[in-house]
Design a binder for this molecule. Structure first.
Ligand code: PEP
Ligand code: MG
Length: 328
């Protein structure tokens, strides 16, 4: 099996009906980037920049941040990299500000974290914005904001980047060749107002880890709940279906970057919903590419339509049988 995945490294993930699915990988450490060449992933769909913060004893200086971003882009060798601005707080507590968070937050996952924290710690956001703009000088920069719950949060975050961009422009610094902005859709409220924000975005990436926890009000870190709510439950799939429908007709790239996309039946379901970009853990790239090459998206789309309209309690058994019938 291992050898056949290695063979798939250089094979492009086309479905049987000729749809090119983008298969990207999630990363968080500079060394992860070497997995791009090893797996043949199309790029990094989620680079978790908070890892550098989590492994540092103190807030990383702007120069150190910029160096990391530059090195990541160099190592990616022209493949697309989507940098997510810091998602700290919640399950990722930080020694040098966590005491403050712990004081205030009884439910850290729903608390002062990610963009909520970054927008109030203006220095943190500004230095990361500048570091990303500097690190991507001469290259394309893709920036994604986590935990956006309402459109104004995106606007406020982008304004910080615009401010840093004009600072660098005024001083005649070398700039990125292009800058694309997008959001993670992981807080359900954003889905209700997504149409208001889409015209200002280049891409949307659905974070199914947090989205599931918020949709079901079920802590993603609690082992007592780990088996209870399934990614293949009608509630999740109908929710995702609505997001896909609402995004149609807008010029954005829509993808999924949560763990869901790296699992066979879940990936199959996502293809059936119309998702054409997955960003997944590197170990899943080979198996998911193989799956993609066996699927006819027209068939799975039809099947999914039926299941969504008249859903069983859980679609796992249906998807399993469907896949087995077709030797997928
Ligand atoms: C998610 O929430 O689905 C996600 C991809 O981000 P993280 O796991 O880092 O919260
Ligand atoms: Mg998340």
């Amino acid at each position: 099996k291992k050898a056949s995945y290695a063979r798939l490294r250089d094979v492009e993930p086309f479905t049987r009906d000729g749809e090119r699915i983008e298969v990207m990988m999630n990363a968080g450490l500079r060394d992860d980037v070497s997995m791009l060449a090893m797996t043949g992933a199309d790029g990094i769909g989620l680079y978790r920049t908070e890892f550098q913060f989590l492994v540092s004893a103190a807030l990383p200086q702007r120069e150190r941040q910029a160096r990391l971003y530059r090195e990541v882009l160099e190592a990616a060798n022209g493949k697309k990299v989507i940098f997510r601005t810091v998602d700290i707080g919640g399950d990722k507590s930080l020694p040098y500000i966590s005491s403050e968070i712990a004081k205030e937050d009884e439910n850290p996952a729903m608390g002062w974290r990610a963009l909520r924290l970054a927008l109030e710690r203006e220095g943190l956001m500004k230095s990361q914005a500048r570091a990303l703009l500097e690190g991507a000088a001469g290259r394309e920069l893709n920036v994604m904001f986590p935990m956006v719950s309402e459109p104004w949060e995106f606007d406020a975050a982008k304004a910080v980047f615009d401010g840093q961009l004009s600072y660098l422009k005024d001083r005649k610094h070398k700039l990125p060749t292009a800058i694309n902005y997008g959001v993670m859709l992981e807080v359900p409220s954003l889905a209700e107002v997504l149409d208001l924000l889409l015209p200002r975005l280049s891409f949307v990436s659905i974070g199914t880890n947090d989205l599931t926890q918020f949709l079901f009000a079920a802590d993603r870190a609690n082992p007592m709940l780990a088996e209870r709510y399934d990614w293949l439950s009608p509630a999740i799939l109908r929710f995702l279906h609505r997001v896909v429908q609402n995004s149609m007709g807008h010029k954005i790239d829509l993808g999924v970057c949560g763990e869901m996309g790296g699992r066979r039946l879940e990936a199959l379901a996502l293809l059936g919903l119309g998702i054409r970009r997955l960003s997944i853990t590197p170990a899943a790239i080979g198996p998911i590419k193989e799956l993609i090459r066996r699927v006819d998206t027209r068939e799975i789309t039809d099947a999914m339509k039926g299941w969504l309209a008249n859903p069983p309690q859980n679609m796992r058994a249906e998807l399993q049988a469907w896949a087995e019938e077709r030797e997928i």
